[in-house]
Design a binder for this molecule. Structure first.
Ligand code: 8X3
Length: 248
């Protein structure tokens, strides 16, 4: 792949829809050449055409796919770890181990693999930045959510540990922890059950993918010496994962 060198390169994972797609668009507007990675590479390609970016197939749960992706990205200034998600919402006593395994792979090991793969390029850029999209699930526990909250806490630990380990290196670290955002998140969590997914946002004006993307772009466009460490972003009507005000 030949990358346009006049623009800094940003990699966005999970870029085929939702927060990832909105972030890719926002970063392109801010002057980045965006490399969009996701399993649904056709969707990435359509967005890439729109924003003069590049689409590369990426499955963060597959080490070989991450290696092939990294080999296709020789330069990188910004990595946005956005790929991930939840599967299921059930008590620990009824936990589905396959769903837990997927959540661990996608959120925790996916972030770990992307960081390991792209860290040399981020350091070599002289002004690298890793933004990880965690969740309020990385900050609290809630009933029926342990598979996801556990994975998000662990993903956050990978990210927050790097903040200390990379001191002295030219790499910034920003964690963005959203609450309720209306994307395909709940549809995936409830295995395609649209009614269940819609109920999550009933009576509430949730955040949009663009709301979160604007926050990511803000953090990414501060001067190099300014590290926005952590941003928690929720709808006005949401106080915590389990506590929200719904209009009837
Ligand atoms: C999504 C937010 O509250 O469903 O990451 O865990 S929540």
């Amino acid at each position: 792949m030949s990358l346009p060198s006049e623009r800094p390169t940003a990699v966005v994972t999970g870029a085929s829809s939702g927060i990832g797609a909105a972030t890719a668009r926002g970063l392109a507007t801010a002057g980045f050449h965006v490399v969009l990675g996701a399993r649904r590479v056709d969707r990435c390609a359509a967005i890439a055409r729109e924003i003069d970016g590049t689409a590369v197939r990426l499955d963060v749960t597959d080490p070989d796919s991450v290696s092939a992706f990294v080999a296709a990205v020789p330069e990188c200034r910004l990595l946005v770890n956005n790929a991930g998600g939840a599967k299921g919402l059930e008590p620990v006593a009824a936990a589905d181990e396959d769903a837990w395994r997927w959540m661990w792979e996608a959120n925790v090991l996916g972030t770990l693999r992307m960081v390991k793969g792209l860290l040399p390029a981020l350091v070599a850029s002289g002004d690298g930045h890793i933004v990880t999209v965690t969740s309020i699930a990385a900050l609290e526990a809630y009933d029926n959510g342990a598979g996801y909250t556990g994975a998000k806490h662990a993903q956050a630990m990978v990210h927050r540990t790097l903040r200390g380990e990379l001191l002295g290196q030219p790499v910034r670290l920003t964690e963005v922890a959203p609450g309720m955002v209306e994307t395909e998140f709940s549809l995936v969590r409830f295995d395609g059950d649209a009614e269940k997914a819609e109920n999550v946002y009933k009576g509430i004006t949730p955040l949009t993918a663009e709301d979160v993307a604007e926050t990511i772009v803000f953090a990414a466009t501060r001067p190099s010496h300014v590290n926005i460490d952590q941003i928690v972003i929720k709808p006005r009507a949401q106080a915590s994962a389990m506590r929200a005000h719904r209009e009837s």
